[in-house]
Design a protein around this ligand. Structure first.
Ligand code: FA5
Length: 348
């Protein structure tokens, strides 16, 4: 029995020494000292069968073996606790002296977003609110509310996409909005007067696409309604935008154009920024580039928004935001902007 005890001690101490984690240590402890069938526990049970004087000697050795194994277990336990802390600290270590890693490839803003944000900054500096509106719109806000009733020929100029299963047979089916002018009456109904707002956003038209026309494009709408607003205010704001975009020497020219929601209505042209008005390929030798539609808000639109046209007046304008982007970056085909082609987008 004495030999068995010494053999057990040697094996146990060797096994404990090799342990690398707490689960394994617990396993070994159970195997040796477990109450029911631990190897040392079993050996100790045999002590009572020994003669009294042998039992005294072997009993003492058994106690020493037990104490040695217990303290080896305890030491290992302590070692494992400290080393797991050290490991954790090592994993979390940050070398603050390490030079910055080379930059990975970052994404960037779409050219539409760059121009949109630039104009949002300009307009907010002039006290305008920046509004957002639904792209899936009712026929009412897209057409009827802005003075284009169902039978009006102006509807032919802005054919759009109707949504299957959503009110084709009702008075106001759902449509993909053809312009951001949908927000004229919505904003008057929500905010009333005085009102100074812009709405940048996506528009849709059922177009036979070509280099200047896309089925999905961006506009930037604006509207000012207050007492005593005149055509001069409209021209002043539009000139500020043109100069901001194309330089101080840029001039604005207004030419009559019909839009059902303004009276009078104009199309706005700016000095061609490429040839400075001399005439070139870009401006088709006219020296001017068309960048917006605008005019004094029609009384029917004010009434639809719950505003008395005898008290309040104002103006509205709509930039082809996509057009501004094309002019700014010299993009020759509008369809590139929504193409998702990285060879094109990576240039910005
Ligand atoms: C309108 O959409 C009016 N709502 C603008 C307006 C607002 C006038 C407020 C008066 C008062 P128009 O259909 O002309 O107007 O479009 C305005 C601009 O959107 C155009 O000058 C053009 O730059 C752009 N645009 C129109 N259709 C397309 C298209 N298919 N692709 C790209 N840009 C387009």
């Amino acid at each position: 029995m004495q030999d068995k005890l010494l053999q057990l001690k040697t094996n146990a101490l060797a096994a404990i020494k090799l342990v690398k984690d707490k689960a394994r240590l617990e396993e070994i402890e159970n195997k040796l000292l477990g109450r029911k069938s631990g190897e040392l526990t079993e050996l100790l049970k045999g002590l009572k069968e020994l003669a009294a004087d042998t039992r005294k000697v072997v009993g003492q050795i058994a106690n020493e073996v037990k104490t040695e194994i217990e303290s080896a277990l305890q030491e290992k336990q302590q070692e494992l606790s400290t080393s797991s802390w050290a490991d954790a600290l090592e994993k979390e270590r940050v070398d603050i002296t390490q030079p910055a890693l080379p930059a990975a490839e970052y994404g960037h803003y779409h050219p539409n977003t760059i121009v949109q944000r630039d104009l949002e900054d300009l307009f907010t500096a002039m006290g305008f609110m920046v509004l957002d509106g639904p792209e899936l719109e009712s026929d009412y806000y897209n057409f009827t509310a802005v003075n284009i009733p169902a039978t009006h020929p102006a509807r032919d100029m802005q054919d759009t996409f109707y949504i299957k299963g959503h009110g084709q047979n009702s008075d106001s089916p759902w449509v993909m909005r053809t312009h951001t002018s949908t927000m004229q009456v919505r904003s008057l109904q929500k905010y009333g007067t005085p009102l100074k707002m812009i709405v940048p956003g996506k528009c849709y038209r059922n177009e036979a696409t070509d280099p200047r026309h896309e089925h999905t494009f961006y506009q930037l709408e604006g509207m000012v309604i207050d007492k005593g607003i005149t055509f001069s205010h409209l021209k002043g704001v539009l000139e500020a935008v043109a100069k901001h975009l194309y330089g101080e020497e840029t001039e604005v020219r207004l030419m009559p154009k019909f839009y059902p929601f303004v009276e009078p209505g104009v199309r706005g042209e700016v000095t061609c920024f490429l040839c400075k008005g001399k005439g070139c390929r870009l401006c088709k030798n006219s020296g001017w580039l068309e960048i917006f539609g605008a005019g004094m808000t029609h009384p029917n639109v004010l009434k639809e928004g719950g505003i008395d046209p005898n008290v309040y007046q104002g103006f509205a304008f709509g930039f082809g935001l996509t057009r501004l982007v094309m002019l700014k970056y010299g993009i020759s085909d509008v369809r590139l902007l929504e193409s998702g082609d990285l060879r094109f987008l990576e240039q910005f």
